[in-house]
Design a binder for this molecule. Sequence first.
Ligand code: MV4
Length: 507
Amino acid sequence: MPEPTTKIQKILIANRGEIAVRIIRACRDLGIPTVAVYSEADRTALHVRFADEAVNIGAPAPRESYLRMEKIIAAAKKTGADAIHPGYGFLSENADFAQAVADEGLVFIGPSPSAIATMGDKQAARTAVKKRGVPLVPGTEPGLRDDELFAVAEQIGFPVMVKAAGGGGGKGMRSVNNRESLPELLATARREAESAFGNGEVYLEKLLVGARHIEFQILADTHGNTIHLGERECSIQRRHQKLVEEAPSVFVDDDLRRRMGDMAIAAAESVGYVNAGTIECLVDEDKNFYFLEMNTRLQVEHPVTELVTGIDLVKEQIRIARGRRMGPTESFLNPKGWAIECRINAEDPYNNFLPSVGQITTLLTPTGPGVRVDSGVYGGYEITPYYDSMIAKMICWGEDRAEAMLRMRRALSEYKIMGVKHNIPFHINLLNSFSFIAGKIDTMFVEQRFSMDTYEASPTDADLESAAIAATIFAHRKRQLASQVVAPAKRDTSNWKWVGRYERLHK
Ligand code: MV4
């Protein structure tokens, strides 16, 4: 008997920028026509140019366009799209949107509204996964009175973290260092949570310091198959914006991967999860791991998993939404090599990462062996202030971590973006940092131990230890590869200088 399938003959992409382009590409590979939606500010955006059809959905502000469910559903109806891919951000983790799409007889390419709702309520998520034996950060149960919260805080010990049930991704969280400040911070957190998420519920967790942020990619089909595609190391971040991700993690050995992978599958199964999702964890120095939350969407950093597994995650999402079984699982279980992603943001790393707007006057995008660039921009494109500042992602693959890093350094040095400030100098310096090269990173690294002038400071004992580890890593590489290690980037790595040299050479 043939497998039951859901008809998907045209897909509307309810997003913009690089992720809309990424999804359109998967659709084109599958021979599925696409519909873009766009705001007034995005008339000339790349996703509009690449889609087969495009519908204007309103003013630039997301509340007037990309967050308007009814306009997006109307655009699908008008163009005859039978499925909607939400991408990440915007409506991607909105259970009401997933329900509204289904109510209109359209396919939501993602999990069920109930799975989104349960995982979206971070307390409900803790309760759900706990039933399957998933390890949680020690913390409070839902529905406690203040005196009960105080008692649990004493029991688990300070510092603790107050987290909003309706938050996530670092939103609505704050640390509490001592018992004296708890009552006031709790009250403030409730007020803020009520106004930010329309849900004043908060809970406490023990604050884990110096842990790594490691997440597992999950795929689940409608036939009861749930698998994981390994981990991504996401500790390189600043103010909860990830900047660099890699797969696998230097910290995860085969045994830890097996145990964390089993945990991630159990967490997804606890809510009957279907489609692609991510289990976020903290892992401490002793390799104890704890479930933090589940992201019920495709993530920005999904390409690092794609490059080490050979899986096209967007194709798999569509395949699953069609009711088909997942592809041959053996290929999922054989990750190969190493992948690193640098998020290219229009932000000035020399000025507190201040967002930069304006026209991209010149754009030269790297390519060559092991280089993938997922971009939402082109030369002449105007970057507006309405949306996030990520304009592209560069993902490099190598046989091992050293080769992936060397290719990333090569590609970063080729990347030329002029007209707006961008964070490529940050990435170049990061890839020259001893700690990063040695894999000695945690979630505090960028904010507390890295600066754009790191290479000018005298090295600390920790730096020297890292350098020794790095030297060992590089000693295992060919002399030819090691010789490509370039000098640390100074301020003169700006594109202006590069263009100047180019012109001198050719006059
Ligand atoms: C934590 C934590 C430490 N202890 N919870 C951030 C994103 C969201 N998914 C949960 N996050 C964290 N939760 C406890 N109990 C550390 C993080 C965290 C983090 C915190 C501060 C600065 C950067 C961070 C990066 C990743 C995770």
